[in-house]
Design a protein around this ligand. Sequence first.
Ligand code: HEC
Ligand code: HEC
Ligand code: HEC
Ligand code: HEC
Ligand code: HEC
Length: 260
Amino acid sequence: MRIIGLRHLVPLMLLPLVFSVTANEDYQAAKWDPIHFQPAIDSATNEQCLECHLEILIRKPLKTSPAGVKRSDTEAWYQTLNSYAGEQESFHYRHLQSQLARQVMNLQCNFCHRGSDPREEAPASHADNQDDSGYNLRKMVDVEKTCLRCHGQYDYKVMNLPGPWHETRDMFNDSCTLCHQTIRTNRHKVSYLHPGNIEYLGNKDADVCYGCHGGRSWYQTSFPYPRNSWPGISDTIPEWAKDRPTQSEARYRLDTSADN
Ligand code: HEC
Ligand code: HEC
Ligand code: HEC
Ligand code: HEC
Ligand code: HEC
């Protein structure tokens, strides 16, 4: 039997070190890959992001929370509605993969991820990030420009309604489109939504509309929606609408020249 000498072993012992250094260099390079930042992130496709971040699509929530609560034993109000389907899933799943998400939305990674700073996650904190790159303190996404669009309060006051939806829905036949087939009809013509499917599903079930306009309101405020002109709009602008844009954001606007 031949005994392996030390001079054979040393290179072998060094191997893991060599691998870990290369892995670490790759890791650092990937973490700071320019695709994460402006301007490259603006034109990044989901496929490009998923080349490194496939975990975003396959990760599942824990079966049991660290405190012992089973995921199957927890249910939020909106999860009891017909507009919700399936088991507890991850945040990304609910915005990219669930049936409802794919029907009503067309979200891209870079709709939410607009560049963040892995070093501090705070703008203007060091020499490298003096530009206002559009992200918020300690957040990876700017919630007011993203989440708030679909998770703000149901603003019944601007609608001149006597109360919040849960108190008045019976009065209006449990239908948003009762009013909205004639009011603010020029809606959702943006690339990150599927306007046709929204009308189809929302007409059958107001919880689909409410789901993005108060039914899952994680915020105390409402998004200041643009007020796209519609056939029958009055010439007098209500006080609350004076500062509102009159068109959806250019970045997302679909060509609506065929309408109106
Ligand atoms: C070349 C591989 C690669 C590509 C392509 C890539 N990433 Fe990353 N990303 C990484 C690595 C590595 C990290 C660091 C992960 C960690 O520290 O946990 C990271 C971190 C992140 C983070 C967390 C940042 C933080 O502040 O902690 C987000 C969010 C992210 N990536 C989103 C994206 C998006 C969106 C895209 C497409 C525009 C993308 N990534 C493309 C490799 C990549
Ligand atoms: C609806 C908005 C939204 C979309 C769309 C979205 N993300 Fe995220 N992402 C978030 C939020 C919010 C976080 C959590 C940020 C935090 O913890 O501060 C996050 C976290 C992450 C992280 C780091 C933390 C983690 O969970 O591992 C990565 C990586 C990431 N997203 C990649 C992606 C990729 C890739 C896509 C597209 C396939 C994508 N995201 C689409 C909002 C979004
Ligand atoms: C374009 C509209 C839209 C945007 C933007 C959006 N969401 Fe959502 N969100 C939805 C819809 C629709 C659902 C319901 C999906 C389903 O039931 O499958 C949802 C579901 C959720 C849920 C519940 C998930 C669950 O397991 O039931 C949370 C939490 C959430 N969103 C947080 C956020 C946050 C945080 C952001 C911003 C980073 C965000 N959303 C951006 C439309 C949106
Ligand atoms: C009784 C009639 C009525 C009903 C029912 C109604 N709305 Fe409205 N809604 C209005 C009016 C009026 C406005 C304001 C029109 C304007 O811009 O002058 C409005 C405005 C809105 C706006 C824009 C708010 C803003 O800040 O720009 C949204 C979003 C909206 N409604 C969603 C809904 C949803 C979702 C439902 C059902 C859950 C619903 N509405 C039910 C009458 C109604
Ligand atoms: C997936 C989330 C989602 C669903 C479902 C949804 N909305 Fe919206 N709604 C939005 C977003 C985001 C905007 C802002 C779009 C933009 O920037 O032009 C908006 C805008 C509006 C506006 C203002 C339109 C304008 O430009 O003046 C009205 C009114 C409205 N929605 C009513 C409804 C009604 C009624 C339904 C059901 C038939 C519904 N929404 C379903 C997300 C949603």
